[in-house]
Design a binder for this molecule. Structure first.
Ligand SMILES: Cc1ncc(COP(=O)(O)O)c(C=O)c1O
Length: 357
């Protein structure tokens, strides 16, 4: 019932070049294979490749592009993804344009003859905007570009981008897939056999592979993914609703709220609305005071685990995005992001209310 942790870094061969599927630990490992099969099944994908982190997965995928290629990305992507694009990959001749991909006219206009990829997150981090994956994929494909969706926030339980027309899915498995704040990991899923062959080559050539123990932890975490995400989504819905009537709160961002203009798209492509909620208070000082007063929510980066976390995107997860760019995309100094856990929702609401009072 439990996949063993195969620690071997090398495997005895039956003859030169004759082996039972494994030669060397970077190239392949039985525990990693089991994780890849499991994660492929979750995204209903033919292929999955596991990585040492979400960013390790993202970097490996982007190395399939060539200098001069153009990438269009949804503007409020995770700060580390922006940093990878802006500070690392630009130096290798890739070009990037950040857009509001919720506007399909903007998507259409941003694609050039050199655009190879559209990079989406939905819901986005930290403003939880929802991109119509099906509609964007149709536009991208008609112009010869592929679509990659970072499905970390939604999880494969709530949303399966490959069914919605995307070509590739990436995950920070560190978040909901692991689910217990104790393992860093990443994954790429695709149905495209040629892409899988190229990715497999690059996974081995670049080497950002997860340890067998990390693969085992992810396999254990995933067993309760559906239970956790259902509870987190229920809790988040109640909590977001409660925040809308709090006088200190200026605005609540949650795709499940009736007042959210993207609720319809979210309901079309997601099973539930997820465990992430963001909200705005007057200014940075109010945000800091609120965060410091919380007792059940821990003030910490990351998300997706069983325990509730709160953070300040402008100074924490999104600090690597220049202030002007951040403000333009709506990540202000009064913004607080919550990762809602599986605790009793009445306790969570009471905790936020006392911190905001
Ligand atoms: C949406 C999203 N994508 C990618 C990443 C990067 O993943 P990792 O931290 O596992 O490298 C993160 C990390 O916070 C994230 O939130």
């Amino acid at each position: 019932m439990v996949q063993p942790i195969h620690m071997a870094t090398t495997f005895a061969q039956q003859g030169v070049g004759r082996h039972k599927g494994f030669e060397y630990g970077r190239t392949g490992n039985p525990t990693r294979n089991a994780l890849e099969e499991c994660l492929a099944a979750l995204e209903a994908a033919r292929h999955c490749l596991a990585f040492a982190s979400g960013l390790g997965a993202e970097t490996t995928l982007m190395l399939l592009l060539n200098p001069g290629d153009h990438v269009v990305y949804m503007e409020d992507v995770y700060g580390g993804t922006f940093r990878l694009f802006d500070k690392v990959l630009k130096r290798y001749g890739l070009e990037f344009t950040g857009i509001d991909a919720t506007d399909l006219d903007v998507v259409e206009r941003s694609i050039t003859d050199r655009t190879r990829m559209l990079w989406l997150e939905s819901p986005t981090n930290p403003l939880l905007r929802v991109v119509d994956i099906d509609a964007v994929s149709e536009i991208a494909h008609s112009r010869g570009a592929m679509v990659c969706v970072d499905n970390t926030f939604a999880t494969p339980y709530l949303q399966q981008p490959l069914h919605l027309g995307a070509d590739v899915v990436v995950h920070s498995a560190t978040k909901y897939i692991g689910g217990h704040s104790d393992v860093v990991g990443g994954a790429i899923m695709t149905n495209n056999d040629d892409l899988e062959r190229q990715l497999r080559f690059h996974q081995n050539a670049v080497g950002a592979v997860p340890s067998p123990f990390d693969c085992w932890l992810l396999l254990r975490g995933v067993k309760t993914l559906a239970l956790r995400v259902e509870r987190q989504s229920d809790n988040a819905m109640e909590l977001a609703t409660a925040l809308t009537s709090n006088k200190t709160v200026k605005r609540v961002y949650y795709p499940g709220l009736d007042s959210n203009p993207q609720r319809g798209v979210a309901a079309k492509q997601m099973r539930m609305f997820g465990g992430m909620v963001s909200f705005e208070v007057a200014d940075e000082a109010t945000a800091f005071r609120t965060l410091e007063r919380l007792k059940i929510f821990a003030l910490a980066e990351s998300l997706g685990a069983v325990e509730s976390l709160a953070e300040h995107p402008a100074r924490m997860t999104h600090a690597s995005i220049p202030a002007a760019e951040r403000q333009r995309s709506g990540v202000g100094d009064g913004l607080i992001r919550l990762s809602v856990g599986v605790e009793d929702v009445a306790d969570l609401i009471a905790d936020l209310e006392q911190a905001l009072s």
